[in-house]
Design a protein around this ligand. Structure first.
Ligand SMILES: [Zn+2]
Length: 1007
């Protein structure tokens, strides 16, 4: 019995033979047993095959999983680790997933066909708030919810035809994984890199949890609950990422140098680290009734010190906290300030507090340095620098807008000008005089006394040096924007922090042999409750101290899920290791990840944390590949591909802007849709998919309708990888038509050229040989080279295949962002092969060209190309030929190598230079009817060099015959020469050389 495997809708079969394609069941079996990783391609036939067939494929797949070989057979082959960012198991795939997994699948299949040992794993980023909230709503265990979602999504991935190595699968919420996350915590703790400290945190009073800054919107409200977020002080766990800030910054240059990471990601990483060089400067502050104190500020512009007009302190600055005890108005302000956005220009002038600019000491007599007002300002970050800034309204935009809001009538000093003007002392009194701050360095002006005339850089340095020599009032310093990583979450569904709090011993790490600290099961009792369920489960919280055996309590915080994703990619090479996160051998064999693919929304935090943990583990000696390589950049992801989003087709009412549901639109999938109720044309835009815009696309529905392969090809073709993909389903028809043309090419190759009266020949091995050892210029120039008997048309095809193969290889290897061009390259090749469908070409060449087309198509459309391949193999001669050259390939296209060019680049250039097409006008009975471009070889008569060198005069006739064939088989030729005239009854066929190098052909029917 035959199994019907047909992703392709009916047209493919029609294009072939008019009946459904039959694929022998053993080929599917072979595929799964021998190259088990590729069996998923068989399963992508889900679109039109029956469930029974899917079950069959699945069963074979499961057998493959137990056939003993570990996924991590190492060293014996070149290896490639291709990873797409693992998903959160929300329950269903969205189009963004389909895009990223299509890209990684194409790269993984390509590398495998190139002979690499490929690791292309999949796992689940399974901890997180949605599971916990769902559980609290329904009173169910989040683990159950999560595993159900995973099984749904796995089925969808399988339907997409993605070939992940499921033997490496894990989820971060299983104890066998988070045991090692806890181990990582202990390692960091051991090195002093995990610590507890009081911190101001964003507190969501409804969800009763700490929020990351990114989870607070611009109005200061929680992204989930919508509550106004409060700032509170809480004891939290931190990872000391700042200990690695220098190498985190420095090594970005290495990624930049090799052009392996997108520029915008590198920029975002640099900005997040935010290193700035400048100086720390001490200001004297006098508080009425108290002794003088010093306040240190950090500035990147010491050259503007003469322009300081106020000091601003953060709301958490010790002076402010002190004063709050006696100033009720300040207390009011501080409680209000806790909810103000960080860019707020509000401030509180501290009464009775004044500051002295240290410049006073070095300023010459006669330069009056005023006492400065001191403000509390929420825009001053407590964590940045010293929690205090010097306000220079003339030269800092933020300071200027703060100053104008606080002192609308006050003057602004300008101390640095663009050029030196010996008499310039600028004092600005109105906004129109100084519409914006002069933020660029320049030349210090006369207001700066002895420093006037110095350039900013020199003047700043001199000021610092002078202040330093006068009582250490300044010093050069760097400042970083990067803060330590707050990893505590007051939630249940995360990795428990492996620490026990004991009254006598303090915070005691749980000994390694007691890991994992498992999460307790949740039951109905948590239903509808707020806050952290862990605090409420006393049987879990109460434990004994590992050190003194006295009663103690477990830490009830869990870790940020970014901790899980900071190291998961190191687990894939060794996913079953019970003792360690991974072995050194596995790490050495597979790390770093060669290609990492994911959305640009993870450009900052995830990548930064992963880079930090990777550097840390390397410093602990767990990554032996970096030992003895001093100053070598220790980076986890060699190449980063960040793909753009998928936007959905969005309909709205032109007048009101109201978003329309597709059911309100007639012909929503066609070029001319209409609003049903009004009969008007809707406005069509492409926007981020969301429920409110009714523009979401369910990948499962799409795949069921169009087939996985067409969906994959459409995704790749529709936009360059990094750009927004505007999902327009109506255009997928174009891909289907292309597949139909590919099927025709296969059909023509399979049937041979019997229609032209040629016998099928034995297929030679020239082209397969040339893929291994390409033809060189020397070979082409030799008197009796292999191409000497080739017709111009053959060479034309050879050149196109060669250039397509080179281009596709280059894109997959070096220019993944241009994956869309592969589809256009392959479409062009398909069309060319179809053009020659009813003329004589070398059968070996045609078979090889068709095989190259299918082999290049295989990573993109695995099922369809497999189906085409199976059709070819129905010819026993082809089957023997394939098996002879690539053992096993008569059953399975993924047993063939990805094509290499049969010509060296120089040979290709040589042939191409002899191949510039010539414009040829075609006259019929003396009247110009059309013109077309024709390869020059159709006109050559024994050139002095290159491939035509040995052509004998007798070939000229043959060439004219070829030329006539080419012309009559063109679309216009068919019309003018066959339909309007009787081609077979032509009287003459004359070729004329025109003076400008172009040609003219006159076909004469009438006398
Ligand atoms: Zn103790």
């Amino acid at each position: 019995m035959y199994v019907v495997i047909s992703t392709a809708p009916n047209w493919v079969s029609k294009a072939y033979t008019g009946k459904k394609l039959n694929v022998r069941p053993e080929s599917a079996m072979y595929a799964c047993c021998d190259a088990s990783l590729d069996c998923a391609c068989r399963m992508s036939s889900a679109s039109t095959s029956t469930n029974q067939n899917i079950d069959k494929s699945q069963a074979v797949w499961k057998d493959g999983q137990t056939d003993g070989e570990k996924p991590v057979s190492r060293q014996e082959k070149k290896r490639s680790y291709i990873l797409s960012m693992f998903p959160y198991p929300s329950g269903s795939l969205h189009m963004g997933h389909v895009r990223v997994y299509t890209i990684s699948d194409v790269l993984a299949r390509y590398k495998r066909m190139k002979g690499y040992n490929v690791l292309h794993p999949m796992g689940w980023d399974a901890f997180g708030l949605p599971a916990e909230n769902a559980a609290i709503e329904r009173g169910a265990d989040p683990g159950v919810w999560t595993t159900q979602n995973i099984s749904n999504m796995k089925e969808q991935l399988t339907g997409m035809g993605v070939c992940f190595d499921w033997r490496t699968e894990f989820m971060t919420c299983s104890p066998s994984f988070y045991k090692h996350t806890q181990k990582l915590f202990l390692m960091l703790h051991n090195c002093g890199l995990a610590y507890q400290a009081e911190a101001t945190v964003n507190w969501d009073p409804i969800d009763k949890t700490v929020l990351a800054n990114e989870q607070v919107d611009s109005d200061g409200k929680s992204w989930r609950s919508g509550a106004v977020v409060e700032k509170i002080q809480l004891k939290q766990w931190f990872f000391r990422i700042t200990a690695f800030q220098d190498s985190l910054l420095r090594d970005l240059d290495a990624l930049d140098k090799h052009d392996q990471w997108p520029e915008r990601v590198l920029t975002q990483q640099r900005n997040w680290l935010g290193k700035s060089s400048g100086a720390k400067i001490k200001f004297g502050v006098c508080i009425e009734g108290s002794p003088w104190v010093q306040v240190t500020v950090f500035t990147t512009r010491p050259d503007t010190l003469f322009g300081v007009q106020y000091l601003a302190l953060s709301i958490r600055h010790p002076i402010v906290q002190d004063l709050a005890h006696r100033l009720p108005k300040l207390r009011d302000f501080l409680s209000r300030a806790a909810t103000l956005p960080p860019n707020s220009k509000e401030g509180f002038l501290l009464p009775g507090v004044q500051a002295i600019n240290p410049i006073d000491i070095v300023a010459p007599d006669g330069v009056q340095v005023e006492k400065l007002p001191v403000y509390v300002a929420p825009y001053v970050l407590s964590g940045y620098g010293e929690g205090a800034v010097m306000g220079v309204p003339g030269h800092d935009s933020r300071d200027l807008s703060f100053w104008r809001q606080q002192n609308p009538s006050n003057i602004v000093y300008v101390v640095v000008d663009a050029t030196h003007d010996p008499v310039s002392i600028r004092t600005v009194t109105s906004g129109s005089e100084l519409p914006e701050a002069l933020v660029h360095p320049g030349v210090l002006n006369e207001r700066c006394g002895p420093y006037a005339g110095m350039k900013s850089d020199k003047g700043g340095k001199q000021i610092i040096a002078d202040l330093q020599s006068r009582g250490q009032l300044a010093s050069t310093a760097d400042s970083w924007r990067l803060r330590d990583w707050l990893i505590s979450r007051q939630r249940y569904w995360g990795t428990p922090i492996p620490v026990v709090h004991c009254q006598s011993c303090g915070a005691v790490p749980v000994p390694e042999d007691q890991l994992p600290v498992e999460l307790p099961k949740l039951d109905d009792s948590v239903k509808g409750k707020k806050g952290n369920p862990l605090e409420q489960i006393e049987s879990w919280v109460n434990t004994t101290c590992p050190t003194c055996r006295q009663p103690a309590k477990r830490d009830t915080d869990t870790m940020d899920t970014f901790v899980d994703s900071s190291w998961y990619f190191m687990r894939f090479p060794d996913p079953q290791n019970a003792k360690q996160p991974f072995s050194k051998e596995a790490a050495e064999a597979w790390l770093p990840v060669d290609t990492y693919i994911g959305g640009v929304e993870h450009a900052i935090l995830h990548l930064l944390y992963a880079r930090f943990i990777y550097k840390f583990l390397s410093s602990e000696g767990l990554l032996p590949q970096y030992q003895k390589r001093e100053n070598f950049p220790v980076e986890p992801f060699t190449r980063l591909i960040s793909q753009g989003m998928v936007h959905g087709k969005t309909f709205s009412e032109p007048a009101t802007g109201r978003f329309l549901h597709p059911s309100e639109v007639d012909g929503a999938e066609t070029a001319n849709p209409m609003i049903k109720r009004s009969g008007l044309r809707p406005a069509i835009t492409f926007e981020k998919m969301s429920k409110s815009k009714h523009n979401g696309v369910d990948p499962s529905v799409c795949i069921a309708k169009w087939g996985a392969d067409a969906t994959r090809a459409h995704i790749l073709f529709s936009a360059p990888v990094s750009e927004i993909l505007e999902w327009d389903e109506e255009k997928i028809v174009g891909i289907q038509r292309w597949f139909a043309r590919v099927a025709k090419v296969v059909d023509m190759c399979y049937k041979g050229s019997s229609s032209n009266g040629c016998e099928k020949t034995d297929f030679g091995d020239l082209w397969v040989r040339c893929e291994k050892a390409p033809l060189t210029v020397e070979i082409l120039n030799a008197p009796d080279h292999d191409l000497k008997n080739f017709s111009p048309r053959d060479l034309d095809i050879l050149l196109l295949v060669a250039s397509t193969v080179s281009s596709v290889n280059h894109t997959l290897e070096h220019n993944v962002y241009a994956l869309n061009t592969i589809i256009s390259d392959l479409i062009k090749l398909t069309n060319k092969l179809l053009e020659v469908s009813d003329v004589v070409i070398d059968q070996s060449l045609l078979l090889w060209a068709t095989s190259a087309l299918l082999r290049m198509l295989a990573p993109i459309a695995p099922t369809f190309s497999e189906e085409c391949w199976a059709t070819l193999q129905q010819d026993p001669k082809i089957s023997v030929w394939c098996d002879h050259h690539w053992p096993g390939s008569n059953k399975f296209i993924f047993q063939t190598p990805f094509p290499s060019s049969p010509l060296t680049p120089e040979a290709q250039t040589l042939l191409q230079s002899q191949w510039k097409s010539v414009n040829c006008a075609v006259q019929v009975d003396g009247k110009l009817r059309f013109s077309m471009d024709i390869p020059p070889q159709f006109f050559h008569k024994g050139d002095k060099q290159g491939i035509s060198k040995n052509r004998k005069e007798a070939d000229v006739q043959m060439m004219q015959k070829d030329l006539a064939q080419l012309i009559v088989n063109s679309t216009e030729g068919r019309y003018w020469l066959r339909e309007k005239n009787q081609w077979d009854k032509r009287k003459r066929f004359i070729v004329v050389n025109k003076p400008d190098g172009s040609k003219l052909v006159n076909v004469v029917f009438r006398k």
